[in-house]
Ligand binder design. Structure first.
Ligand code: KIV
Ligand code: ZN
Length: 511
C-alpha cells in the first residue's frame, strides 16, 4: 500500500494563530511528541522570524532523531541561509521555501512581475539545495494562481532541484472536486512530475480543509500538510488527526496509509491545547471529549450489543483512556526526572528541575494521582519557564462570601522585587485581575478567559487561558492549579510576561 507522508506544521502555521506562540522548551516537547507519533516531517518554525524562533528550530533539530525537521523560508537568500543554519543539527533536515504565484499576491503583496517571481523561485531552490538535499517549494496562494503560470514555476523548480512540490490553498477557497482536479492537471502537465512528491496544504476558511486535502490524496498527492487540532491562522489548517484517521478507517477507498502511531494522537492533542491555550471543542472529530461518547439510549444499547453498530473507530486506538497514572505522592526526584525525560521535557537547569519538583510535590499533596497531562500543565506554568518571566506569583488570598464584595490580595515579584496589590471585583477572578493590573499597568484588552479541566474529577487541575491584546499584538497566557482562582492569577501573569517579551514576524504578511 502506498504511504502518505504526514507533514506537521503545528509549530509553524499553527503558531501563526493569535497568541499561540511557543517557547523553545515547548517546541522541543512538541517535537518529541510528534516524533513519538511517527510524524514524517516536522515544520518547527520560520527561522528568520526572530532569534528566538531560530533557536527553537535549532533545539528541535537537535532533539528529534526519527522525523525530518524543517524550517520555512521566504524565497530570499537571507531567510534560506537562516533556515539552513537552524536545521543543521538534524539527522534529516529540510528547507521549505515559498513565494506567492497568484496575480493578486504578485501585484499587491510582492509588487513583482511573474518573470521576477519565477526567477526568485529558481534562485531560492538552487541556493537551498547548496545547504540540504531535501528542498520543498510552495507556490503560495496556488488556489488562485493561473494554471499555465503554476505549471511553468513548478517545472522550473523541479529542474532547480526541489524534491517536494507543495500546492497550498492559502485562503481556504477551494472545494474538493476542484482541488482534486487541480492536482490531476498539475501531475499530468508538469514535466518530471513523477520525480517529486506532490503535497497539499489546505486552510479551513470554508470548513473544507480536510475534505480538500483528501481529494488531493485521491488525485495523487502523497504528502499532506496539517496541524494537530486543526490549529492555524483564522479558521485553521487541515487537522492531522482527521486526515490520518480518515485514510486509515477508509483504506478501502483511499488506498494509502501513514506511519502514524494513532495511539499518540490524543496525548498530542492535549499537549497542543495545554501549550497554546486553544481548547478543543467537545464535538471535534477524533480528539473532542464527546467524539466517542454515546449519549442517547439507542446508541448505548447498540454499542453494548455490538460496537460496530455506531462506532467506526475505537477510542483506545487514537489514545483515549490510555492516560497513564504516572507518579504519586511518594515518587522521588529521579522517578520525576525520568518521566519528564520520557515525555520529552528537558528542563534546562537543576534550578528549573528543583522548582518543577517542588511544584509536583505540592500538587501530589492535593491531588494524589498525577497523570502525564498534569506534568505537561505543570511545566507549562510560568514558574518553570524563567526566560519569559518578568512577574512571578509569590502568594495570594481571594475572598468570597455571600453578601460580601469579593476581593483579592496578591504578592508578586517584578524582576525580583516584591510588590503587594489588592482589589475588589465582581468575583474573585475579576478582583485578582484588577489587583494585578493595578501594579502591572499593561492596559491590555482581555479578549478571552476560559477554564478547562486537565484530567477528570473535581480534584483535577483547572487550566486557565487568558488572551490579551495590546497594540495589535495578541498573546495567550496559561496557568494551571487545583484552585482555579490561583490558576487564573498564574495565567494573567503568564500573559503579562509574554507581553513583556520580544516580537516575531509572520512569514506570509511580513508583519
Ligand atoms: O498557507 C500557505 O500558503 C502557507 C505557505 C507558506 C506554505 O502556509
Ligand atoms: Zn498555510
Amino acid at each position: 500500500m502506498s504511504q502518505l507522508i504526514i507533514f506537521d506544521t503545528t509549530m509553524r502555521d499553527g503558531e501563526q494563530s493569535p497568541g499561540a506562540s511557543m517557547t523553545k522548551e515547548e517546541k522541543v516537547r512538541i517535537g518529541k511528541q510528534l516524533e513519538r507519533m511517527k510524524v514524517d516531517v516536522i515544520e518547527a518554525g520560520f527561522a528568520a522570524a526572530s532569534p528566538g524562533d531560530f533557536e527553537a528550530i535549532h533545539a528541535v533539530a537537535a532533539a528529534v532523531k526519527e522525523s525530518t525537521v524543517c524550517s520555512l523560508a521566504r524565497a530570499q537568500a537571507g531567510d534560506i541561509q537562516k533556515a539552513g543554519d537552524a536545521i543543521k543539527p538534524a539527522q534529516r533536515g529540510r528547507i521549505h521555501t515559498f513565494i506567492a504565484t497568484s496575480p493578486i499576491h504578485m501585484q499587491h503583496k510582492l509588487r513583482m512581475s511573474p518573470d521576477q517571481v519565477l526567477a526568485a523561485a529558481i534562485d531560492a531552490v538552487k541556493f537551498a539545495r547548496t545547504l540540504t538535499d531535501d528542498v520543498e517549494f510552495s507556490a503560495e496562494d496556488a488556489v488562485r494562481s493561473e494554471m499555465d503560470f503554476l505549471c511553468r514555476v513548478f517545472e522550473a523548480v523541479i529542474n532547480a532541484g526541489a524534491k517536494t512540490i507543495n500546492v497550498p490553498d492559502t485562503v481556504g477557497y477551494s472545494v474538493p472536486e476542484l482541488w482534486g482536479e487541480r492536482f490531476r492537471t498539475l501531475i499530468e502537465r508538469v514535466p518530471n512530475a513523477d520525480k517529486v512528491v506532490w503535497s497539499t496544504h489546505c486552510h479551513n476558511d470554508l470548513g473544507m480543509a480536510v475534505a480538500n486535502s483528501l481529494a488531493a490524496v485521491k488525485a495523487g498527492a502523497r504528502q499532506v500538510e496539517c496541524t494537530i487540532n486543526g490549529l492555524g491562522e483564522r479558521a485553521g489548517n487541515a487537522s492531522l488527526e482527521e486526515i490520518v484517521m480518515a485514510v486509515r478507517t477508509r483504506k478501502d477507498y483511499f488506498g494509502v496509509d501513514t506511519r502514524i502511531d494513532a495511539t499518540q494522537i490524543v496525548p498530542a492533542s492535549k499537549l497542543i491545547s495545554t501549550i497554546t491555550g486553544y481548547p478543543v471543542q467537545p464535538n471535534k472529530a477524533v480528539v473532542g471529549a464527546n467524539a466517542f461518547a454515546h449519549e442517547s439510549g439507542i446508541h448505548q444499547d447498540g454499542v453494548l450489543k455490538h460496537r460496530e453498530t455506531y462506532e467506526i473507530m475505537r477510542a483506545q486506538d487514537v489514545g483515549w483512556h490510555t492516560n497513564k497514572l504516572t507518579l504519586g505522592k511518594l515518587s522521588g526526584r529521579s522517578a520525576f526526572r525520568e518521566r519528564l525525560k520520557e515525555l520529552g521535557i528537558e528542563l534546562e537547569s537543576e534550578v528549573a528541575l528543583n522548582a518543577a519538583f517542588k511544584k509536583f510535590k505540592e500538587l501530589a499533596d492535593k491531588k494524589h494521582e498525577i497523570f502525564d497531562e498534569d506534568l505537561h500543565a505543570l511545566v507549562s506554568d510560568e514558574a518553570v519557564t524563567p526566560e519569559v518571566e518578568k512577574y512571578h506569583l509569590v502568594s495570594m488570598i481571594a475572598h468570597l462570601e455571600t453578601g460580601e464584595s469579593p476581593y483579592a490580595k496578591l504578592v508578586i515579584t517584578d524582576a525580583g522585587k516584591e510588590l503587594a496589590c489588592e482589589a475588589q471585583g465582581a468575583g474573585p477572578v475579576d478582583a485578582t485581575f484588577k489587583a494585578l493590573e493595578s501594579v502591572a499597568h499593561s492596559n491590555a484588552e482581555l479578549l478571552l478567559y476560559s477554564v478547562n479541566n486537565v484530567t477528570e474529577g473535581t480534584d483535577s487541575q483547572g487550566e486557565v487561558t487568558v488572551r490579551l491584546s495590546k497594540a495589535g499584538r495578541v498573546i495567550n497566557g496559561i496557568g494551571s492549579d487545583t484552585d482555579i482562582v490561583v490558576a487564573s492569577a498564574k495565567a494573567y501573569i503568564n500573559a503579562l510576561n509574554k507581553l513583556a517579551h520580544g516580537e516575531r514576524m509572520n512569514p506570509q504578511t511580513g508583519d
